[in-house]
Design a protein around this ligand. Sequence first.
Ligand SMILES: *Cc1c(COP(=O)(O)O)cnc(C)c1O
Length: 444
Amino acid sequence: MQLQERDKAVIWHPFTPLKQAPVPLPIVRGDGLYLIDEQGRRYMDAISSWWVNLHGHAHPYIARKLYEQAMTLEQVIFAGFTHLPAIELAERLLPLLPGSFSKIFYSDNGSTSTEVAIKMALQYWWNRSLHSDPPADASPSLKRTTILAFNNSYHGDTFGAMSVSDRSVFTMAFHDKLFDVLFIDTPSADNIVSLQQIIADKGQNIAAFIYEPLVQGAGGMKMYDVRLLDQLIAAAKQQAIICIADEVMTGFGRTGQLFASQHGQQQPDIICLSKGLTGGTMALGVTAAAQFIVDAFVSDNALKTFFHGHSFTANPLACAAALASLDLLQQETCRRNIDQLVTFNANFAQRLRTLQPGLPIKNVRHLGTILAFEITQGEDNYLNNLAATITARAMQKGLYIRPLGNTVYTMPPYCITLQELEWMADTIIEIIQDIKTPPVVPMA
Ligand SMILES: *Cc1c(COP(=O)(O)O)cnc(C)c1O
């Protein structure tokens, strides 16, 4: 039986309607920038397989490190035990992180990394409000419960992560089960003063502020100004609000800096990482916390323990992959590749803007290794059918992109060469030039 038929019989795919979705393409091999199907056709992975892959597929160095770790210790319970890969990864990550962090909490993916951050922040205030174990300033009024988040945000698919994410088609079926969140727009020159005012007015009840720094990924690669974010974080810190940077997508070089927060002056108190953490090879999440947060959990009172964990917390294979990815990321070659990609994007954006009068596109923008724009057809949302059409046309040409609704974006692995970048840009422009007749069918 063909793989596609076998798949259809038994598999339920993520973010994929069970009816009318295009049949999934079996991929049998990865080779650097390329995914290879059963017929040996090669597809340039221009979105890093959902933003995770940094150094290319089936990277021999990461593969070797994984193999060595698998032959040594593949998994061990992480309560009551520890191991070198987890310790070494924490030791190497902490000094690289934007801000002053003192401990790493491991989990399995991006959603759990934000879920952990939210729980940590809420329990920080709860712990501080417990009477039984004084600091002298403990009082019920210290217990803050509101979370501040951005409209159009995406922090994952578990319930806490969904709650702090935009109310959208992703979350619609669960709205009555999601906790209330104070949502504000991302900052602009027009609204910054009113946003600061909201924080000043409501700050006494706000436990934490969670944000995707500079780029809202799943929300459509929306970008906003670093100085305005700085002002919001500063306003939040003035109210002692815990600032949580969700760098699950932006981490590990995507914005040109190692972390997006490094573009600004104000640093978070908690940072969430996943996706590129292992170079995109293994599932792993990290939530790093500043000392003052950790301190609120250090107590003789067992109730102040952070009662959270996963079977595969700090899986040694995943930690080994993350260490190998860091090795590659810290090589001079990788730095040069990222710089090349950043420069290329500036030129590609300029080229698109020059072509824009004749192309059905708008809002060309870029930050670091990410470039995005909208196609001016149909509605500006995730259900815009253009996405499937563009993906299909690109695949015919050997390019893999997966627009978010009518938002086309590129975010390739750093190993992409200049020649490959130029082919990618030419191919995308060709595809957009071909969109003459509107293929948009309204969805029910
Ligand atoms: C992808 C993503 C998540 C969720 O990560 P998963 O590993 O898919 O659960 C959370 N936050 C941001 C910013 C993301 O891009």
